[in-house]
Design a binder for this molecule. Structure first.
Ligand SMILES: C[S@@+](CC[C@H](N)C(=O)[O-])C[C@H]1O[C@@H](n2cnc3c(N)ncnc32)[C@H](O)[C@@H]1O
Length: 286
């Protein structure tokens, strides 16, 4: 953090003494998105007891690595990189600011992306769902703000009540889900998007099969052929098994497969950030 901008944090710390997280966040949004996120990654901080009391504490390095493959400043910068892509694409495609949008984080994990999203939206408009009870426990234990609930692996509805969303995102979900789980999720998310909203998902390209170490060479070539033929390829990992099916593994899919299989979504654009294995697709409801 540049020292020039520390006074913003100290002012927010004084304001946080009143116990109102919305007021504290309003002050902290004077920070750049990068500095705001950097602060979130450093909480709890010994000099900021009032902000510590209102804002989530950062997940441990072990949790960060287990859910998202990296930790610390490197993870924070990759996270901000993705958030900036979402902001740019949302504002370009939906022609309105992302500020104060109602947001659904589909497969929220330990709440990594929730933290920078508070730069845009107050907690009451942030919703995070994940089917794994351990993800939900971590969000709760660390004090993730907003609406957190456990969803299902093959959801027909989502635990968000009547809420409909301006922005739904799913980072590193469709890079892993089986065909059945992918289809169920893409279908159900259509029911929860606002008619002028945006769904942002990450997917893996065909080239991924060249680098996936856990699969023998012959099987990788088979997946390349399946991806070319069907537009969707999936190799299960060892867990979890739901209804007799391993629903999580490695997945590649094409925008053409998505529009063909789910014609109620239009692929508006793709984008690419610093992680070459997370192609970002922007979808609008037809
Ligand atoms: C690699 S982590 C990514 C977490 C979070 N999106 C992030 O980027 O920090 C994958 C998450 O997907 C969740 N998940 C697994 N199957 C899912 C499904 N069918 N629908 C939604 N989420 C799922 C897991 O529980 C896990 O939290």
């Amino acid at each position: 953090m540049m020292k020039d901008y520390l006074p913003i944090i100290l002012q927010a710390e004084r304001d946080a003494a009143a116990g109102d997280v919305v007021v504290a966040l309003r002050k902290l949004r004077k920070l750049s998105l990068m500095d705001f996120s950097g602060l979130m990654w450093e909480l709890p901080h010994p000099d900021l007891p009032h902000l510590n009391a209102l804002l989530p504490r950062m997940a441990s390095e072990d949790v960060q690595r287990a859910w998202t493959g990296a930790a610390g400043p490197q993870m924070m910068q990759g996270t901000v990189d993705f958030v900036r892509i979402m902001q740019t694409q949302f504002e370009r495609i939906c022609r309105r600011p992302l500020q104060q949008a109602r947001i659904l984080d589909y497969g929220c994990g330990y709440g990594r992306l929730a933290r920078p999203m508070y730069w845009f939206t107050d907690p009451h408009d942030y919703y995070g769902v994940d089917p794994w009870n351990r993800s939900i426990e971590l969000c709760t234990e660390d004090g993730i703000l907003g609406n957190i609930a456990q969803s299902e692996y093959f959801p027909a509805t989502l635990p968000v009540g009547e809420a409909r969303f301006d922005l739904i995102y799913a980072y590193s979900i469709f890079t892993h889900t089986s065909l059945k789980a992918t289809n169920a999720a893409l279908r159900v998310l259509r029911d929860y998007i606002h008619s002028t909203g945006l769904l942002v998902i990450t997917v893996r390209p065909i080239d991924f099969w060249q680098i996936v170490g856990r699969i023998p060479e012959a099987d990788r070539q088979a997946q390349v052929a399946i991806h070319q033929r069907d537009g969707f390829a999936y190799v299960p990992d060892s867990f979890p098994v739901i209804n007799g099916e391993v629903i999580f593994g490695d997945t590649t899919l094409t925008p053409e497969w998505l529009e063909r299989s789910h014609p109620y979504w239009r692929v508006e654009a793709y984008d690419r950030g610093i992680d070459p294995w997370q192609t970002v697709l922007m979808l609008t409801p037809r």
